[in-house]
Every structure is written in C-alpha cells, then in structure tokens.
Write a protein that binds this ligand. Structure first.
Ligand code: PEP
Length: 251
C-alpha cells in the first residue's frame, strides 16, 4: 500500500507573516487528527526558514518550488540544493509546468536538477503533463512518456524510491478545469507501466504518483480514490487552511 502524499505549492504567494499565519492555522486543524497521508508545504524561498521553524512539532514537511543544479557560483538569482537543505527542506518541486513554460526549462535541465537534488539528499517532486493542444492532438501519452524518459535519464532504481511524480495536465493548472478521475487514472496508469518497463514492477508499484490541476475539496475524494492516484499537488486550494485541510481529509 502506497501512503498518499498531499503537497501544497504556494507558488509566488505569502510573505513572512502570512507564512506563519497559514501554517499555524493548518497546524491547528491537523493537530488532533490521525492522518492517513503525508503533508508537505512548499512556500517561496524567502519563507522556507520561517516555515521550517513554524512546522516544528507538527507532521507537516517542508519542500521548495525549484532549485539550480550547480553547487554554487556566479548564477545570480539562483538557489542551490545545499542552500535548500540548510533551511530544513526535505522535498523540491522540479519541472513544474510554470517553470517549463514561462522559464523555458527543458527535460534535460530538469534531469540535471533531479540528479543534483538526489545527490544532495533532497526528494524531488517531478512534474510532468501535456498542454491542451497536445491533448487535443491526441499525443498526451507520447508527451508524458518523453518527459519521463528524459527527465529520469540515468536515475537509478534505488533513487526512484526517493522520487514523487506529479502528473499535472497543463490545461488543468489554475484554470478550474480538472481532469476527470478516469482521464487522470488513465495517464497515471501509463506512467506506472512505463516505470515498470524502465525499472521493474517493484519500483513502479512503490512509486507515488500525485495528480495536480485544480484539485479542490469537492473533487479531491473522487480523484484520490483512483487506484493509481497516490496524492495531490495542490496550488490555489492550498493557500487557505480550510480548503487544504479538506483535501488532506479526503486523502
Ligand atoms: C500547481 O500549481 O501545481 C497546481 C496544480 O495548481 P492549481 O491547483 O491551482 O491548479
């Protein structure tokens, strides 16, 4: 049985005081609950240290939204894996569609970041997903497979145990349009079968594959009840403790 993982991608929201407020509210809700899932929050870089201090004493874990693959050097504006580790980060989102689209990140760059994250002891949340045009052209499977094969190039079976894959159809992110549970399940199963081919049935069976794309309290339970959907990467709905907690409860 794979334990479900619910992660909140805060994107470019929340200053320091808002960070403390949101985590305190979430902690208060989670406090007395025996959860059936793991919970991760991924605030912006500037809030990581504060978030790490604020989650202390709770089950909430900390992740970042991006990093660069070099150890250090003349890379103005970038953040390294060891810097993230020093803030208390355990996870890092890599290859998010907003990074791929707005910041032109390629599968090759994402692969370098995944390798560096793993070598530094960070667990990648590796995002993949097709655009609306790609879905309408009927090439969803091909796009997702290319992202998996190139993004995970030269990653060992051992290291696969430290990776979470997040399937996020780009057309569903921040749009209010969610993939139906069947549509999501279909792609999750393609991903798991591909991992079985590339590695083994065991590696595929242990892999946590999250769904992301307008997950809300009212659609979470149905999505999370699919056999290959092992959690959610939540954007908009993680910015309010009430809605994020409702999704955690659905898991
Ligand atoms: C995301 O940012 O990864 C995401 C899925 O956003 P939203 O839930 O707002 O669609």
């Amino acid at each position: 049985m794979r334990r479900k993982i619910i992660a909140g991608n805060w994107k470019m929201f929340n200053n320091l005081s808002e960070t403390v407020k949101l985590i305190d509210e979430l902690k208060a809700k989670i406090n007395n609950e025996a959860l059936n899932c793991d919970v991760i929050v991924c605030p912006p870089f500037t809030s990581l240290e504060t978030a790490d201090r604020t989650i202390k004493g709770s089950v909430i874990k900390l992740g970042s939204q991006n990093m660069y693959f070099e150890e250090n050097g003349a890379y103005t504006g970038e953040i390294s894996a060891s810097m993230l580790k020093s803030t208390g980060c355990e996870f890092v989102i890599l290859g998010h569609s907003e990074r791929r689209t707005i910041f032109k990140e390629s599968n090759e760059l994402i692969n370098k970041k995944i390798k560096k994250a793993l070598a530094s002891g960070l667990k990648p949340i590796f995002c993949i997903g097709e655009t609306l045009q790609e879905r309408e052209e009927g090439i969803t499977e091909k796009v997702v497979k290319t992202q998996v094969v190139n993004g995970l190039k030269d990653i060992s079976a051992d290291d696969m145990g430290k990776i979470i894959v997040a399937y996020e159809p780009v057309w569903a992110i921040g749009t209010g349009k969610t993939a139906t549970p069947d549509q999501a399940q279909e792609v999750h199963s393609v991903i798991r079968n591909l991992i079985a081919e590339l590695y083994s049935k065991e590696v595929a069976g242990n892999l946590v594959i999250q769904y992301g794309g307008s997950v809300k309290p009212d659609n979470a339970a149905q999505l999370l009840s699919q056999p290959d959907i092992d959690g959610a990467l939540v954007g908009g709905a993680c910015l309010k403790a009430d809605s994020f907690f409702a999704i955690i409860k659905a898991a």
